[in-house]
Every structure is written in C-alpha cells, then in structure tokens.
Design a protein around this ligand. Structure first.
Ligand code: UT7
Length: 328
C-alpha cells in the first residue's frame, strides 16, 4: 500500500472512434432496403443525432479501448508501466471473461495493475471514475486508467427502428493520478434495480447458447422522463456536496443520449447552453463511452481549461445514474 495523497486528479484524456461514419441518410437508406422506414428528419428532430461511428463486424471493445487508453496516457505523459489500476466501463465486453480491462492491460504491456470491468451501462464511466477516485484517496492506487468503451452496434436489433438509430460505437479514457491539489471534488452514484425493465439487454450465454434476448430493448419515453428527473436531483446534490453553486460550473457534460434531454436538463438547472458540451450530434449515444469522449473532445478543442469546474453525469440501464464534479 502506497502513502495516500489527499486528492485524485484527471491529468490526461484520449478518445477513439471506429473509422466508419454513418450519416442518418445513409442509415435510413440501408434500413429502407429492408423495408424499415426512418429519416434524417425524424432522427434529428427527436434526438439531435446527425451521424454515428460504427465498428466493422468483429472489431471488439478492447480494440477501441486500447486506442483511447494509449492516447490518454500520451496526453498525461504517463508510461503504461506506471498505471496501477485499470477500470473499464462497458456493457459490450469482448468476452464473458476475462474482463475487457485485462485485455486492454495486456495490449498496453502493463503488468501487475489491478484491472476490472464496471457494468453500469450508460452510467458506467461515472461509476468507474468514482471508484478510481476512492482507490486513490484510500492510498490503494496512485495512477489509474479509467475507460468507457462500447461496441453497442453488436447488441442492437437492426430491425427495431426505435433503438437502432440511436447508438454508436467508441471509446474514451482518462488518466487519474494521486495529487496534493484538488481534482475530483465530489461524486454520487445511485441505482434503482426495480426499473430494470425500461432499458435492458436481457440475454446471457449459458449451456452453450444464447439464452433470453440478446438485443437492447428500451422504453424510450420512460427512460427520458426518469433521466431528466434523476439527473436534475443528482446535479444539485453533487454540487452542494462540494460546497459550491451550479452557477460556478464551467462545463456541463451529461451522458450524450439525446439533445432534447440535455437542453431540457440544462434549462432546469439554469446552466446556459453555451456551457453544455454536446457531442450526441456527431457520435450518437455511445453508452459508457459518451462522457469521456465528450470530455476529450472539449479538452482537445481548447474549451475545457486547467482549473475549470466540470460536471459529469451518467444515466442509463439498471436503472443507474450518478454525477462527478471535477476540477480540471
Ligand atoms: O442511454 C440511455 C439513455 N437513453 C435515453 O436517454 C433515451 C431516452 N429516450 C429518447 O431519447 C426518446 O424517447 C426516443 C428518441 C427514444 C424516442 O422519441 P419519442 O419522442 O419518445 O418517440 P416515440 O417513441 O414516442 O415514437 C414516436 C413515433 C412512433 O410512431 P407512432 O406510434 O406515433 O405512429 C414511433 O413508431 O415515432 C415512431 N418512430 C420512428 N419513426 C421514424 C420510432 N422510431 C422511429 C424512427 N424513425 N427511427
């Protein structure tokens, strides 16, 4: 066990998207060839999505995660050998086991770090980041790689227009290090398993076959209502926990599922839309990858600066939700 430093700080980020970008029009044409009707207009008006990146069949979550992790390590100027904790959030792991975190560890050439996956669907990254912070503050780790990565296209029912147009593939990662300076200021996580039915992929591999339903199913309106309610409450709680005001938040990065949810939430919280990082138009909903992807985009384009306050919020299947308030 190492000596505890009082704080955990994000010191680098990276993200990776598969090369194939599919516009709404291209997707609509593909679905039309199978007599499934949709349009750029419907998708954009209801969700704000313009396009998504889709991995080729056979490309696994660990491959996207490894690329994002390499970029995050390079950005943090940390060698893979210095990492002593790898937490990877995903609902589309490569295998039942070993964990995708272990596969990424092997790809990076790291030996000896603790490595495990976190399963909290679209809240996975805030769950993983909060867990890494707790390890670091307890002195059980000094340098963590926290990754959100998904090949969600592999669990979509491409005959269900109500869900298949909404999601994309990708990965984002951050390096979190023990620090004498404040970094992650507060965090809070929640779940309500009684609402498992509104968003699930209720299948499993058992006895040599897939049992149950291998595809994602969602009651979109129930998820929408639940998301805006819990995220509003959670944002207020996490900011109060840090002794701060919502008006002090510089950047707001909620899970990127639907621009209508993001704008509705920002209005409820009285956060100006200019402070909301929005990538759902470009990436669609990439589940556990959406928050670190958006964070990395806004760091690299110069919007998010060192010292600024960033509010991260996840929400999704489980039902799960949570928030992390970060000083960059
Ligand atoms: O990552 C976890 C978090 N997930 C979310 O936050 C998702 C939350 N929910 C949503 O974003 C929205 O509920 C959706 C975008 C999923 C759906 O939007 P909606 O405004 O709730 O639409 P709806 O499900 O009520 O469907 C309206 C109509 C229906 O037709 P009828 O019954 O009114 O004739 C659907 O059949 O739109 C139809 N529809 C479509 N039409 C064209 C559903 N999907 C499509 C489609 N293209 N792709």
């Amino acid at each position: 066990m190492t000596q505890a430093l009082p704080y955990a700080r994000i010191i680098g980020s990276g993200s990776f998207l598969p090369p194939r970008c599919v516009s709404n029009d291209e997707l609509a044409a593909d679905l039309a060839s199978r007599n499934i009707e949709t349009s750029d207009q419907w998708i954009f008006e209801r969700t704000g999505i313009r396009q998504r990146y889709l991995a080729e069949r056979g490309v696994k979550t660990s491959a996207l995660a490894t690329e994002a992790a390499r970029l995050a390590l390079a950005d943090a100027q940390v060698d893979a050998s210095e990492v002593d904790l790898i937490i990877l959030a995903t609902s589309t792991p490569d295998f039942v086991f070993p964990s995708t975190a272990c596969l990424v560890q092997a790809n990076l050439g790291n030996k000896g770090a603790a490595a495990f996956d976190v399963q909290a669907v679209c809240s996975g990254f805030v769950y993983a980041l909060t867990t890494a912070e707790a390890f670091i503050r307890a002195g059980r780790a000094r340098c963590a790689l926290v990754i959100g990565a998904e090949v969600f296209s592999s669990i979509l029912d491409w005959n269900d227009r109500g869900t298949c147009v909404l999601f994309g593939d990708g990965a984002g990662a951050v390096v979190v290090k023990a620090s004498a300076e404040p970094g992650i200021l507060s965090a809070e996580l929640h779940a309500d398993g009684s609402q498992m039915g509104i968003l699930s992929a209720a299948g499993n591999v058992a006895y040599g076959a897939v049992t149950g339903d291998p595809f994602l199913r969602m009651d979109g309106q129930a998820v929408f209502k639940q998301a805006v309610t819990v995220l509003d409450r959670s944002a207020r709680e996490v900011v109060a926990q840090a002794g701060l005001q919502l008006s002090e938040v510089d950047w707001f990065i909620p899970h990127q599922a639907n621009s209508r949810i993001l704008t509705f939430l920002a209005r409820k919280l009285e956060i100006p839309l200019e402070k909301v990082v929005m990538t759902v138009d470009q990436h669609a909903n990439t589940s556990a990858a959406s928050i670190p992807l958006a964070l990395d985009v806004a760091r690299r384009d110069g919007r998010i600066q060192t010292g600024q306050l960033v509010l991260l919020q996840g929400v999704g299947g489980g039902f799960t939700w949570g928030s992390v308030l970060v000083k960059m």
